[in-house]
Design a protein around this ligand. Structure first.
Ligand SMILES: CC(C)(COP(=O)(O)OP(=O)(O)OC[C@H]1O[C@@H](n2cnc3c(N)ncnc32)[C@H](O)[C@@H]1OP(=O)(O)O)[C@@H](O)C(=O)NCCC(=O)NCCS
Length: 187
């Protein structure tokens, strides 16, 4: 499924992805600045494949996907994936393809909006994630919205000649900073 539009602060909003977004994201995923903390660096996807992926993800009832927009333009995506509706648990992820925009608080705002929706609308009990330990920007953005590190996965993947550990995190409704709840849920 695609998530609804959620207006945030600082020019950030979450909105349902467009076909153009689906075509753009894999192109960003080929950039070294963007994939620095990932294992794989190769993607083969035609525009037709992107369209098919959009159709499948839009129909999937175990994930919620948003485009992250900044100043009205697509900058990446975030979502909750592999939702187990019985355990009410899911994996969260975030990707900003516009590396010229890093460090402006976009991920922090996107995660704040996403997690408000997860707790207030989806009714999940827990979410979890895993993030390359050196990827401070990612785990810190999640931490500010209630994630805490619960463990480390040593030598999780091999990248640029070295093994990289991963930060394992989890979040719960009660760990969300109540005073940072977006306007949409305050009214
Ligand atoms: C990682 C990523 C999500 C961060 O997005 P961002 O918009 O630059 O993050 P923010 O500006 O909201 O910063 C979040 C926090 O991390 C810090 N931070 C950001 N980039 C950092 C960096 N390169 N090194 C150290 N700290 C960093 C910020 O200072 C901020 O902390 P603070 O509020 O305590 O000051 C973004 O760079 C990205 O999508 N990268 C490519 C894909 C990726 O790695 N996704 C995550 C996979 S798990």
């Amino acid at each position: 499924m695609f998530g609804p539009r959620i207006a945030g602060e600082g020019g950030v909003e979450l909105r349902p992805p467009t076909l153009e977004d689906y075509r753009q994201n894999p192109r960003w995923m080929l950039l070294p600045e963007v994939t620095r903390f990932w294992g794989p660096r190769t993607i083969s996807e035609t525009d037709a494949d992107a369209e098919e992926r959009m159709r499948k993800e839009g129909a999937r009832d175990t994930s919620i996907v948003w485009t992250i927009a900044y100043a009205g333009e697509s900058a990446g995506f975030t979502g909750v994936f592999d939702i187990d509706w019985v355990r009410r648990d899911g994996e969260t992820g975030i990707f900003i393809g516009r590396h010229d925009l890093y460090g402006r608080g976009i991920a922090s705002e996107a995660v704040r909006l996403r997690m408000a929706y997860v707790w207030k609308e989806l009714g999940l009990r827990r979410t979890h994630n895993w993030i390359a330990l050196p990827n401070r920007g990612s785990w810190r953005a999640n931490q500010k919205a209630g994630y805490a590190q619960v463990g480390t996965y040593p030598r999780s993947f091999f990248r640029s000649g070295e093994w990289v550990d991963e930060w394992l995190g989890e979040a719960f409704p009660h760990t969300y900073p109540a005073d940072r709840l977006p306007d949409a849920w305050r009214r």
